[in-house]
Design a protein around this ligand. Structure first.
Ligand code: FAD
Length: 399
């Protein structure tokens, strides 16, 4: 390990790997991550990513869908740039070996999801996270940059001449220091820590993403929507251990499932967007309409008994495997919203610059793109697109 780099990227989820691949065009880059390379929430994404058709009308609909879903609270400049950059970002992934699902005519298969005005969800055998991460890991290992694993960045401060000093800690509690001209922070969301605070269940595994987040917040880096978090509606209540549990993937809404209350009454349309559906579930819970299972867990019944397993196996093979593995097929399962995604975060401009020159951010640690509600698939898409932009911006900055 050297003590001075031109660009340092922190984090190795979709945003960090994408940023590192772009930044490695500049000599003297390093990627630092607190676990093994690629260990991240990104690898857990299942549902898919959003890819509009290559027409101005389709991009316009994508833009409108995001603003509507955000309840008017997204940053229109960020959204506009994001929408334009999705296609070139996905094209780069395809060049590096990502094979999106296609129909017999060779056309990319696009599916609908809650809040979408046209089919836009694309996938790789409904396991988008692992497929993308495999491609990114392969690519980053072929790039000219240093990969520093098992080191957590605990602080970043600006020093003489505008460079940055980073303090790192190893699992053995050894402290290290290095300097960089530009830093790209891609350390993910803070839903795990927030779930502990709220004493609620989450889909996010334990992580230390909050460490650098807290440091940057204490530095006074401007934020947007500080307290906006998103819930996934189909958390399987009986799976929660120490607050962390599994959720039925939202691709389940492609099948004729319903949500029932304690009286067996349907509570509403399951295909509405996440914010509307989870707000409805919280309201009905307050009104005492949750059902209870034999272990005393409370939630609403998701009618998996209504769906044809052969249909799921044919169209969503990974979802089918998951339902079989979790022994969910053929029965109704008790679900309740689990904390899932951090909507808020640090403020960035469309080129991923923060308020400090030379400090760039990308992915779930940033806010402003999703406003009040993120569309399904726009989590990993956000990280990929902005990771790529942040890497390019850092290169331009150090030139
Ligand atoms: C169960 C689950 C399912 C999901 N499904 C979908 C889906 O279907 N579609 C979708 O669009 N989105 C989905 N998401 C959300 C999506 O996966 C994430 O929003 C996105 O991938 C975040 O990418 P990221 O690179 O910003 O952060 P992460 O992937 O969280 O990566 C953060 C990285 O930073 C590292 N790190 C953190 N702090 C430090 C530090 N101080 N020093 C060094 N390294 C550090 C971490 O170890 C990690 O490598 C899902 C999330 C979960 C949890």
């Amino acid at each position: 390990m050297r003590t001075s780099y031109k660009i340092v990227i922190v984090g190795s989820g979709a945003a960090g790997l994408m940023a590192a691949i772009q930044a490695s065009q500049t000599e003297g880059c390093a990627l630092i991550t607190d676990g093994p390379l690629g260990h991240s929430n990104s690898v857990m994404a299942q549902g898919g990513l959003q890819l509009p058709q290559a027409t101005a009308e389709s991009e316009e609909r994508f833009y409108e869908d995001i603003l509507r879903s955000a309840r008017g609270e997204a940053d229109p400049r960020l959204v506009q740039n994001f929408v334009r950059q999705v296609a070139p970002t996905v094209a780069a992934l395809e060049r590096w070996g990502l094979t999106l699902d296609r129909d017999e005519r060779g056309q990319i298969i696009r599916r609908l999801a809650g809040g979408l005005s046209e089919p836009r969800i694309v996938s790789v055998r409904d396991q988008i996270g692992p497929a993308i991460m495999k491609v990114l890991l392969h690519k980053v290992r072929s790039c000219d940059l240093e990969l520093l694993e098992h080191r957590r960045v605990v602080s970043i401060e600006q020093v003489r001449g505008g460079s940055f000093r980073l303090r790192l800690r190893t699992p053995e509690d050894v402290e290290e220091e290095l300097e960089a001209k530009a830093v790209v922070v891609c350390t993910g969301g803070i839903s795990y820590r927030e779930a502990l605070k709220r004493r609620t269940h989450t889909t996010n595994p334990p992580n230390g993403n909050h460490v650098l987040f807290d440091h940057l917040e204490a530095m006074g880096l401007p934020m947007v929507h500080r307290d906006y978090f998103q819930y996934q509606p189909f958390g399987i209540v009986r799976t929660a251990v120490n607050g962390v549990g599994k959720a039925v993937p939202e691709s389940i809404v492609n099948f004729p499932v319903r949500l029932l209350d304690r009286y067996g009454r349907e509570i509403g349309e399951v295909r509405q967007d996440r914010y509307a559906l989870t707000q409805l579930m919280f309201t009905l819970a307050r009104e005492g309409r949750t059902a209870e299972d034999s272990e005393g867990n409370r939630g609403f019944w998701l009618t998996l008994a209504d769906i044809d397993p052969a249909d799921v196996a044919r169209t969503f093979p990974k979802l089918h495997q998951y339902l079989v593995r979790e022994r969910l097929l053929g029965q109704n399962v008790l679900v309740f919203p689990f904390l899932h995604y951090y909507l808020g975060g640090f403020k960035i401009s469309p080129d991923c610059a923060s308020s400090i020159p030379g400090l760039f951010l990308a992915g779930e640690i940033t806010g402003g793109l999703h406003g009040r509600n993120r569309l399904m698939g726009n989590g990993i898409t956000d990280s990929l697109v902005h990771g790529r932009i942040a890497g390019e911006s850092a290169c331009a900055y150090v030139k």
